[in-house]
Ligand binder design. Structure first.
Ligand code: F6R
Length: 244
């Protein structure tokens, strides 16, 4: 628990940077699992600063994003492709050929094959070294909404009503928020060697209490993380207020 999100985000960014540098020394690729949304923005800001001011290179980094709305065009204002470019990729030396984000433009009949290939591509790199997560107020991680199975893989899902309401500001009204998304599964996330879940501010306090102290249940998918020995919750004091 950190005093605020700025301090916590800097600490996370420095862990990511250390992982990248350690692997670089051994000529190894770092495979990062990345999230969008408000929570990781300051982490990405610090990674950009480390690149610009301290020479951190992303040349041997491969990334897999958790999710993308479906359907959505990559250049749409709310697309996660656009988000990642604006908040990280356009400002560092990553090779865009190493960037993987679920494709919101697929024809419905091609989604299952795409999802299987996404899983296989993660495996082909030897799995994700570090997965960054936020948490939705439904308890979702990625877009694994209540009802998701612990062994779920990358797939097309239906967004929860609360999730669509929370996204309505970005889309100018809930009716404009896509009803579906493509997300890595709980099982996909679990395979990462290290998982960091971030949550800032009091709006997340009640779901953090449920995720950390509640019984493990599909009603709050983040509770599955209680079964993972590789997961750390990095939160600020405001998100921690309801913890006992
Ligand atoms: C985004 C994602 C979501 C968000 C969650 C929290 O890629 O997978 O699970 O992490 O909805 O969003 P913010 O950070 O905007 O509160």
């Amino acid at each position: 628990i950190y005093p605020d999100d700025s301090e916590a985000s800097i600490a996370i960014a420095h862990r990511v940077a250390k992982l990248i540098k350690d692997k670089q020394q051994n000529n190894q690729t770092t495979v990062l699992g990345l999230a969008t949304g408000v929570s990781p923005i300051k982490v990405y800001k610090e990674l950009i600063r480390l690149h610009k001011e301290e020479g951190l290179s992303f040349s041997n980094v491969v990334t897999f994003n958790l999710d993308e709305y479906y359907p959505i065009q990559p250049d749409a204002e709310q697309s996660y492709v656009r988000f990642m470019k604006q908040n990280l990729f356009d400002h560092v030396d990553i090779d865009m050929a190493n960037v993987n984000i679920p494709d919101g433009t697929l024809a419905q009949e091609d989604i299952a094959d795409f999802c299987l290939a996404y899983e296989q591509k993660i495996n082909s790199y030897g799995g994700i070294d570090l997965q960054i997560l936020g948490i939705g107020r439904t308890g979702h991680i990625g877009f694994n909404e209540p009802g998701s199975a612990p062994n779920s893989g990358t797939r097309l899902v239906t967004l929860n009503d609360l999730t669509r309401r929370d996204a309505s500001k970005d889309f100018g009204g809930k009716d404009n928020v896509p009803k579906k998304a493509i997300t890595m599964g709980i099982g996909t996330i679990f395979k990462a060697r290290e998982i960091i879940l971030m949550a800032w501010n009091e709006k997340k306090a009640s779901i953090i209490k449920k995720a950390v102290e509640g019984g493990i249940s599909t009603d709050v998918p983040a509770t599955y993380l209680q079964m993972s020995a590789n997961t750390e919750f990095v939160i600020d004091e405001d998100a921690a207020v309801e913890l006992t």
